[in-house]
Design a protein around this ligand. Structure first.
Ligand SMILES: [Mn+2]
Length: 329
């Protein structure tokens, strides 16, 4: 049942150590980063359901509520929002985080920590650390883990994994999308996942407020010096006037990137006072995580983020300046 395809068992000591730890323990706590995305939510749910399928218990805690696009995922009610965890867990399984602070949940440091991530710059902050930067999503890693544990991959598990991978690859558009990605999602489709249902639930189920906000955002479009960089800017006022929720901006950074000739896009989001959160995206070639790291942020080659101080002009000046340097390098 679980040997659907030629998905290889990872050849790493960390992977085997984690398998052993899980097989020898029963009660798990699962968490992921604040402001959760499809990969963190889908992977956490799939892992919890898989562990339960093996007769273990798994609770999921996060610091922030589930965004609207994911509220219909199977078993979504398993995710509890809290600012502190207590309880007799044998271990913490933490997904997609570079430290124990990322989830925004206190009390995590009292547990044995299993760190599972696909970000290149993850510190080995866990007691066990499995980091695979070749994985397009942690969802791919969770699938490999569940296969190796012989956990039942039910339709609920498969749907959550598919959503994790679908969202983290930008619907299979980003450069992290590999043959392994398609082998895994082929397995998931064999298990009953319907790609068109998932695509509709993610891309064609938006509230009207989001589309009104998109109109406002597109009006802020700026194309910078070379025509290879584009940016958009969100103010608090736009959210108030359209009635959109802060997470309705998810994915909107892809609009400036969709312009022909644009290699990199920046999305400036007004934060507290005079500061901005900035999402960076690039088409295949440029590594925007370099700029993010230089400015105190982080991320992947084609998707990264950072925070910057200053008013709109100052913030944009700093970030666009660094992107232009990257363009010239
Ligand atoms: Mn991810």
């Amino acid at each position: 049942m679980n040997s659907l395809s030629a998905i290889e068992r990872p050849k790493s000591k960390a992977f085997e150590d984690i398998l052993r730890f899980i097989s020898e323990h029963e009660r798990f706590l699962i968490t992921s980063h604040a402001r959760p995305d499809g990969d963190s939510i889908g992977s956490a749910l799939a892992l919890a359901l898989g562990l339960e399928g093996l007769g273990k218990t798994a609770d999921i805690f996060g610091g922030d509520p589930v965004p609207r696009s994911f509220v219909a995922l199977p078993a979504i009610d398993k995710i509890k929002v809290t600012d502190r965890v207590e309880g007799p867990y044998d271990g913490l399984l933490i997904l997609e985080c570079n430290d124990l602070k990322r989830p925004g949940v206190d009390g995590l440091d009292q547990y044995f920590v299993v760190n599972i991530d696909h970000h290149l710059n993850t510190n080995p902050f866990g007691d066990l650390n499995w980091v695979d930067s070749s994985a397009a999503a942690v969802g791919e890693m969770i699938y490999q883990l569940l296969l190796a544990m012989d956990a039942p991959i039910t339709l609920e598990v498969a749907t959550n994994l598919y959503v994790a991978i679908f969202t983290d690859t930008g619907s299979f558009q980003y450069s992290n999308t590999s043959a392994k990605t398609f082998s895994i999602v082929a397995d998931l489709v064999h298990l009953g996942v319907r790609p068109s249902d998932v695509a509709q639930s993610i891309h064609m189920a938006h509230p009207p407020e989001r589309i009104k906000l998109l109109g406002r955002l597109l009006n802020t479009l700026e194309i910078h010096s070379s025509g290879k960089i584009a940016s958009i800017t969100l103010s608090h006022q736009m959210l108030e006037e359209t009635g959109a929720a802060p997470n309705d901006v998810e994915g909107m950074v892809n609009y400036p990137l969709s312009i022909s000739g644009v290699e990199m896009a920046a999305f400036f989001r007004q934060d507290q006072g005079d500061s901005f959160r900035v999402s960076l995206r690039s088409k295949d070639r440029y590594d925007v995580s370099k700029v993010a790291r230089l400015m105190g942020g982080g991320g992947h080659k084609n998707a990264a983020g950072l925070s910057v101080e200053g008013n709109r002009e100052e913030a944009a000046g700093k970030v666009i300046g660094e992107l232009e340097k990257l363009l010239d390098s």
